[in-house]
Design a protein around this ligand. Structure first.
Ligand code: ADE
Length: 244
C-alpha cells in the first residue's frame, strides 16, 4: 500500500514516519509513505497558497489551485482521496479497515482557517477525527495513517489486532504484565491460573464492564449473545452492590 500525504508542513511527519511500527512497516515494504508539499504548487514567486474568505470573516483560506494541481500530479485511477477536515465523517476503526484495502490512499491536510469548499468535489470523502478543531489536518492525517498501517498484514501481531478495542464492538479488557504485585496491587488471580476458559470468561466480563462504564453507547450498537447478556446482568448487579 502507498500513502501520499499532501501538506504544507512535511517536516511534521518526520518523527511519525521514522519511528517504531510505522518505520518498520516501511522498511519491510508493507507500506510506502510520501509527503508532498502543497506549497511547491503555488504559482506566484512568493508561493502564496491562501487568501481571504469571500463574504468576509477571520483568517485565511487554502486556495483550490495549489491543492488540486498537487492532487492531479499524484492521483491515479487506483487512488482513494480523503480530505482531513472537522466537517468530515467521524473516523472509526471500521473506516481504517476500509482504507487498508486501497492500493493508494491520498490524505490531504487542510490548514489555516479552512480550505476552499470547491476542493470537496475532487475528493472521495471528508474525514474528521473528532469533535474538536485542530490547527491543521496534519495530526489528524497521522491518526488515520497510523490506524490504517497497523492493520496491514505483517505490521503487528495479527492476534493482538483481533482482540483489541472496537474490533468486536467492545472496549478491550485490562491487561497486566510482570511483576504480579506492584505497590501492593495484585494482578487478578485468574490471569495467573493458566486456566484458559476462565481467563477468556474473565476477559469478556471485563470487556463488557469497561464498555458499560466508559462507552455505554457502544453497547446499544451491538447484539450481545446469551453469555454476554448474562454477564452484563451480573456486572450491573455487582455495580449496584458496590454502591450500597
Ligand atoms: N482539521 C482540523 N480539525 C480537524 C479534525 N477534528 N479532524 C480532521 N481534520 C481536522
Amino acid at each position: 500500500m502507498k500513502i501520499s500525504i499532501m501538506t504544507l508542513f512535511p517536516s511534521m511527519f518526520e518523527g511519525f514516519i521514522n519511528t517504531s511500527i510505522i518505520s518498520r512497516a516501511k522498511a519491510n515494504n508493507i507500506v510506502e509513505i510520501e509527503c508532498i508539499d502543497i506549497r511547491e504548487f503555488a504559482l506566484d514567486r512568493f508561493k502564496h497558497v491562501d487568501d481571504t474568505p469571500y463574504g468576509g470573516g477571520a483568517g485565511m483560506i487554502l486556495k483550490c489551485q495549489p491543492v488540486i494541481d498537487c492532487l492531479n500530479s499524484i492521483r491515479t485511477e487506483n487512488s482513494h482521496v480523503i480530505l482531513m477536515a472537522p466537517v468530515g465523517k467521524i473516523f472509526k476503526q471500521k473506516m481504517a479497515h476500509e482504507f487498508k484495502k486501497y492500493d493508494h490512499l491520498i490524505i490531504i491536510c487542510g490548514h489555516y482557517e479552512g480550505i476552499d469548499a470547491r476542493v470537496y468535489d475532487y475528493v472521495d470523502e471528508l474525514v474528521s477525527i473528532g469533535d474538536y478543531v485542530l490547527t491543521g489536518g496534519e495530526l489528524a492525517a497521522m491518526v488515520v495513517a497510523d490506524a490504517t498501517i497497523r492493520l496491514l498484514k505483517g505490521s503487528i501481531d495479527e492476534n493482538s489486532a483481533l482482540d483489541e478495542s472496537f474490533e468486536n464492538g467492545l472496549l478491550e479488557y485490562p491487561q497486566y504484565t510482570k511483576p504480579s504485585v506492584y505497590d501492593g496491587k495484585k494482578v487478578p488471580e485468574v490471569l495467573l491460573s493458566g486456566h484458559h476458559k476462565n481467563i477468556e470468561q474473565y476477559r469478556l466480563k471485563m470487556s463488557l464492564k469497561t464498555t458499560l462504564l466508559n462507552r455505554p453507547d457502544l453497547l446499544e450498537k451491538i447484539t450481545l449473545d446469551d453469555r454476554s447478556q448474562k454477564l452484563l446482568v451480573e456486572i450491573e448487579e455487582e455495580l449496584k452492590n458496590d454502591c450500597k
